[in-house]
Design a protein around this ligand. Structure first.
Ligand code: 26Q
Length: 818
């Protein structure tokens, strides 16, 4: 491998020369005029020269291997900043820090200049990024395939408390230093047009798709650097270029100007990431994105396979295509089309290959998030694919008939085509039918996938449905974001935990050790101070670091119930003002969340929290007992600042709604105690840390179901609980918006008149009790320290290295490259 592997052959003087050279020759900046930003760009470019070489070496090395390779297809990779992370993984952090110091430059300042590439919405995209880190760190052969959006997730700011969105230009004017254009990998992708039959040279009747428009997919590679192991995997992102509009003459003869519309539409394909999280909208451009992504990625996988002189029938043995939710499911008919139409395989041969190549991960049970596309739209945009989907469905219906003869209900429930006035294609059904493995993302979620979402498929395809519990990379989410914690862990245990997180269980032995408890709490306090300083500097609000830092950071969604948290804050406010005997340990409630721009009630909840914050934070009567802060523009780098500082992790979704959660894992590893429902991976976190070290409350999945079956009436709770009534009334009168009474009424209405779809009121009192237990518990600092240490010690299961091992053993059946 290259000389830049572990930093063992690092030549400081050479690095300094290269840095100065790049600054001058590539950025055209004279050293004495260089800004921190210039140094950041120069540093990124120098380092990415190292990783580019590692990338090519790894590529050649993997191609030579006879093992199966993983192709992780995802519309989102929420990678976060790369420079600091890559320095750690290259083993160069301290060396570069020192080399820069000699030049009077502070590495930490330089790292702050990097914009977060926000090529994802939230959990699903961040999971893909953690998985790439774990694949590389465990030297497993893999490629991540995604889209090169020009604009990532919108930037969020607040204007008078309301969310305002602005475009995210993550590549800035001078480009992103870590990406490399790979023009030799360009793919061609078709849209629209028609299917024609023809007879080939041997007189065989065949079909081919004649697209109305062709576009180009340009590859950009980002390096995914393995942890100090010389491996660098490609994250390959496709950018859409529209070529010559005259192609269209055939497509739409006569109407020259009108004929440009498809080109205009196509030229937007990779312009912007759709900002929806757990909600689909059925927009044509989104389907174009999905198909563009799949056509480029499947094209690249086949190109690699064939370039090595391999036969198509060995594809399933050598390549697995893991589908990150249904977003890339159109890859299935695309591969079928290529095998049948372009490579002249029979239907059965092609189907055999596809059903042994694809695997699908489900991330949601929410009905509004299950993707369906109108048949008409697919037939227009991708006519050949629609035919193939019908053919796949035909075979499925035959199989369903064999299993349940004469049962029309089963046919209509399992059909890929949802019948009705406007027929819809159910992407999850297509995924389940074709994939050789289907997994949920936490034990509870996977059970519900079997029990509630696909019980018939579970019967039809025994053992296909399985679980792989999510995980997060300890490199970014402990080592990089919490260096102080990392130091005290390494002092006790050595640094093996960074590679093998189960070693962190060794901390258990120090949970009762007063000295270690002190050290742990000192680290926590320092991290709180760091966050407080940042908040002071950027938002002018002073936080008391003796307070409990109580954190809810995640997308804003009704099912995640930020408004339950808000109601509890209102109850504290109300009681502190009205009950002389009532007292609490000071608490700082920290929120960060983006709402989808079209999600009105989510935006109203943000507004309500901001207005409450303003009133509460300025109410002198509270004696600093209560602070509420909503930090704008939640993103990976902000999470890296908040998580190490958290005492309490809010994981309070309605049971059965959060597939897994991954923030819950990051917070627990960093010594925050969870207050949460029996939902998603909370269930497994509780199993690991034990009941004494977590605050579980609220209705369980079966209780939620039973209550809804009985007929849920939120007014019953409102009328019978005076505390709750007072809180909801505060939202309806002018307590927080004196100049505009009733402005927060939509949140209360949602919970009362609109039926409270996520059972906030039903869980309110149990939640308040659990919060009371948190307050009591925090007053015993030594016992709290023990609980926090045990959270760090006992959550190693949630390393994404373990998730990837589960995939490798149970789904991909891989062995490590080395
Ligand atoms: C679909 C169609 C059209 C436009 C957008 C979308 C879309 C985009 C993103 C639908 C869903 C998402 C994201 C879903 C997501 O992040 N799910 C989360 O996945 C995590 C990783 O498995 C889990 O931990 C979370 O529980 C789950 O909510």
């Amino acid at each position: 491998m290259t000389m830049y592997s572990h930093g063992s052959n690092f030549d400081k003087e050479q690095f300094q020369r290269e840095l100065r050279q790049v600054l001058k020759s590539q950025l055209a900046v004279i050293e004495k005029n260089a800004t921190t930003k210039d140094w950041y760009l120069a540093l990124g470019r120098v380092l990415s020269q190292y990783t580019s070489m590692n990338l090519l070496d790894t590529e050649a090395f993997i191609d030579g291997e006879k093992t199966r390779k993983i192709n992780y297809l995802s519309l989102e990779f929420l990678i976060g900043r790369l420079t600091g992370n890559n320095l750690i993984n290259l083993g160069l952090y301290e060396k570069i820090e020192e080399a820069l110091q000699e030049m009077d430059l502070a590495l930490s300042d330089i790292l702050e200049e990097e914009r977060d590439p926000a090529l994802g919405n939230g959990g699903l995209g961040r999971l893909a990024a953690c998985f790439m880190d774990s694949l590389a760190s465990q030297a497993l052969p893999a490629v991540g395939y995604g889209l090169h959006y020009e604009y990532g997730l919108f930037k969020q700011s607040f204007a008078a408390g309301r969310q305002v969105e602005s475009p995210d230009t993550w590549r800035e004017a001078l480009g992103y230093p870590w990406e490399r254009r790979r023009p030799e990998l360009t793919q061609t992708v078709g849209f629209w047009g028609h299917v024609e039959q023809y007879s080939d040279d041997r007189g065989k009747l065949r079909k081919r798709w004649v697209p109305g428009l062709k576009v180009e997919g340009i590859a950009w590679d980002l390096p995914v650097v393995g942890y100090q192991n010389e491996i660098t995997l490609p994250l390959r992102l496709w950018e859409c270029h529209t070529g010559d509009p005259f192609d269209l003459a055939r497509f739409n003869e006569g109407d020259f100007v009108g004929a440009q519309y498809p080109v205009l539409e196509a030229s937007n394909i990779t312009k912007v990431l759709y900002p929806n999280d757990n909600h689909e909208q059925g927009k044509t451009l989104r389907l174009m994105q999905q198909y563009f992504h799949c056509a480029c990625s499947v094209g690249d996988i086949l190109r690699r396979h064939l370039a090595l002189g391999r036969e198509l029938k060995t594809l399933p043995k050598l390549e697995t295509i893991q589908l990150n939710d249904t977003h890339p499911v159109i890859a299935i008919p695309e591969l079928m089309r290529l095998l049948i139409d372009d490579h002249d395989l029979s239907w059965d041969e092609a189907w055999d290959i596809c059903t042994r190549t694809f695997a699908y991960t489900n991330h949601t049970l929410l009905p509004e998030a299950l993707e369906t596309w109108s048949e008409g739209l697919i037939a227009h945009l991708l006519p050949r694919h629609m035919e193939i989907i019908f053919d796949i469905n035909h075979e499925l219906m035959v199989k369903v008939q064999q299993q349940w003869p004469g049962d029309i209900g089963k046919m209509s429930k399992l059909s890929i085509i949802q019948e009705g006035d406007h027929r819809q294609v159910r992407m999850a059904n297509l995924a389940v039918v074709t994939s050789y493995a289907v997994n949920g993302v936490a034990a509870l979620h996977s059970d519900l996938v079997k029990r509630d979402l696909f019980p018939e498929f579970d019967k039809l395809y025994p053992r296909k449905l399985t679980n792989v519990t999510n995980g997060v990379t300890p490199r970014r989410w402990i080592k990089a974001c919490n260096p102080a914690l990392s130091s005290i862990i390494t002092e006790k245990l050595g640094d093996g935990w960074i590679r093998e997180l189960s070693e962190i269980e060794g901390l258990k032995a120090f949970a009762d050790d007063k000295e270690f408890q002190q050290a742990f709490m000192t680290v926590k306090k320092a991290n709180k101070q760091k966050l407080a300083d940042w908040v002071e500097e950027h938002h002018g609000i002073t936080l008391n670091t003796d307070a409990i830092f109580d954190v809810q950071i995640k997308r804003l969604h009704e099912y995640k119930r930020q408004h339950l948290n808000l109601l509890h804050i209102l109850s504290l406010y109300h009681r502190l003002l009205n009950e002389p005997e009532f007292d609490i340990h000071p608490r700082v409630f920290i929120f960060a969340a983006k709402a989808a721009p079209g999600y009105a009630i989510a935006k109203d909840i943000i507004y309500a929290i901001n207005r409450v914050a303003e009133t509460v934070n300025n109410d002198q009567r509270l004696n600093d007992k209560l602070k509420v802060i909503f930090l704008p523009d939640y993103r990976v780098s902000l999470a890296e600042l908040i998580i190490p500082a958290a005492d309490i992790s809010e994981q309070i979704s309605t049971a059965g709604k959060e597939a897994s959660g991954t923030g819950n894992m990051k917070l627990a590893m960093n010594g925050a105690l969870t207050i949460g429902t029996m939902d998603g991976a909370n269930v497994e976190i509780r199993e690991e840390v034990g009941d004494d070290n977590i605050f579980i409350f609220g209705l369980k999945v079966d209780e939620v179901k039973a209550l809804q079956a009985r007929g849920y009436d939120s007014f019953i709770y409102y009328d019978s609980d005076p505390q709750l009534k007072a809180c909801l009334n505060m939202l309806q009168d002018d307590t927080f918006t004196p100049e505009r009474p009733g402005e927060l009424i939509s949140v209360a209405r949602n919970l009362l008149d609109y039926g409270d779809p996520y059972l906030v009121l039903a869980d309110f009192s149990a939640y308040c009790d659990a919060q009371c237990a948190v307050d009591k518990s925090y007053r015993d600092q030594s016992s709290w320290a023990k609980k926090a240490i045990l959270n760090t010690a006992l959550t190693s299961k949630f390393s994404s290295d373990r998730s990837i091992q589960d995939y490798a053993n149970n789904i991909w059946r891989l062995s490590s490259v080395r």
